[in-house]
Design a protein around this ligand. Structure first.
Ligand code: ATP
Ligand code: MG
Ligand code: MG
Length: 354
């Protein structure tokens, strides 16, 4: 399995191919390149083509994206039932590696924004959560860690089923047991073990998933950390307690955030560290930062000093619900708290699996 991933079939990269696609529109601008809406003259369909920046590091990372997605699609989800984007083709055009995907619609961040950051109905939160879990199950079985689960990387389908969503962007994904990079995940969705520099597994995606579920419900990110220290402080406040001692003992970056007094780890009061920028990966620090700051800073302090239970139970979104609806919802909110507690769990060993 793990060897398969490193051997991309370069013969499939057809350098001679010409005029199959016509660019119609731009769909998105990512860190790794641009995504264009294209007409595919061979299948007579619209496709989304990710045009990777013409730089060796981006090229190499995109090759990993191709091989991982290819394996997930063909080997683990041949019938397209697990809500993972389909890769259709890849080729080199004018020294740019291009990857074509099935055409999808808005991402979940855009959906929340269109809803004026008010949060989605519990039915929709449940429906989306189930679909994301179906994707995470397959990734775990395949030994793939997505490493960048966030609302921007979950897209709504434009097909016959408009309530179908798909996970995209395997541009940061890696194989379990080959976790080379330590600076991963978008900050709001970054797991405590990645933040603290502790060996990680596919359960980091489950942490991010918990953050996504909470955000779909609240309309705002649960942990909108302005820095890694701020992120950790928010986790500790909202969840109560702190990462388990064995994690703090063995993690590389613990001393950046905690003081070890006697046998007790205490979070430093002052911001002692800048962002952790230990490992070079595809992005430069500035690029990584630029990516984080695309979000507006609305309501960043809303959840300060409030426990998860209170946030979920009392968050005053959708005030004009009918009374019976409010009662029914209050029960479901209790179940939601229980669910989130299993996901945004400090201890990766205790965190729920998909
Ligand atoms: P990031 O900066 O998050 O790492 P990236 O460079 O890896 O981004 P993607 O996340 O793959 O690029 O794509 C960037 C954006 O392009 C997405 O957020 C989405 O809005 C749009 N997009 C990507 N794939 C598709 C698709 N299949 N259909 C429609 N739009 C898409
Ligand atoms: Mg992306
Ligand atoms: Mg990406």
């Amino acid at each position: 399995n793990s060897d398969l991933i490193l051997h991309v079939n370069f013969e499939l990269v057809n350098l001679e191919r010409k005029r199959r696609y016509t660019v119609k529109d731009m769909l998105g601008q990512g860190t790794f390149g641009q995504v264009a809406k294209c007409w595919d003259w061979e299948t007579n369909n619209y496709v989304a083509v990710k045009i990777i920046k013409n730089q060796p590091a981006y090229y190499r990372q995109a090759v990993v994206e191709v091989s991982i997605l290819h394996m997930l699609n063909q080997k683990f989800d041949p019938d397209d039932k697990h809500h993972i984007v389909r890769i259709l083709d890849y080729f080199v055009f004018q020294r740019h590696l291009c990857i074509s995907f099935e055409m999808l619609g808005s991402n979940l961040y855009e959906l929340i924004k269109m809803n004026h950051f008010k949060g989605l109905s519990l039915n929709i939160v449940q429906m989306f959560s189930k679909q994301i879990l179906r994707a995470l199950v397959v990734m775990k079985d395949a030994g793939i860690i997505h490493c960048d689960m966030k609302p921007e990387n979950i897209l709504i389908s434009t097909s016959v089923k408009p309530t179908e969503i798909k996970v995209i962007d395997f541009g940061s994904a890696c194989m379990e047991g080959r976790t080379v990079y330590s600076y991963i995940q978008s900050r709001y969705y970054r797991s405590p073990e990645v933040l603290l520099g502790y060996p990680y597994t596919s359960s980091i995606d489950m942490w991010s998933f918990g953050c996504i579920v909470a955000e779909l419900f609240l309309g705002l990110p649960l942990f909108p950390g302005a820095s890694e220290y701020d992120l950790l402080k928010r986790m500790i406040q909202i969840l109560g307690g702190q990462p388990p001692d064995n994690l703090l003992r063995d993690a590389k970056n613990t001393s950046k955030f905690f003081k070890h007094v006697g046998s007790i780890y205490r979070l430093e009061h002052e911001e002692t560290s800048e962002e952790v920028t230990s490992a070079y990966r595809v992005l430069t620090e500035e690029e990584f930062e630029a990516r984080e700051s695309k979000r507006p800073s609305i309501g960043k302090n809303y959840f300060n000093h409030v426990k998860l239970e209170d946030i979920i139970a009392n968050y005053p979104y959708r005030k004009n619900l009918p009374e019976e609806e409010i009662i029914r919802e209050s029960l479901t909110r209790l179940a939601l708290v229980d669910f989130l507690r299993g996901l945004v769990e400090f201890d990766p060993g205790k965190r729920w699996s998909p």
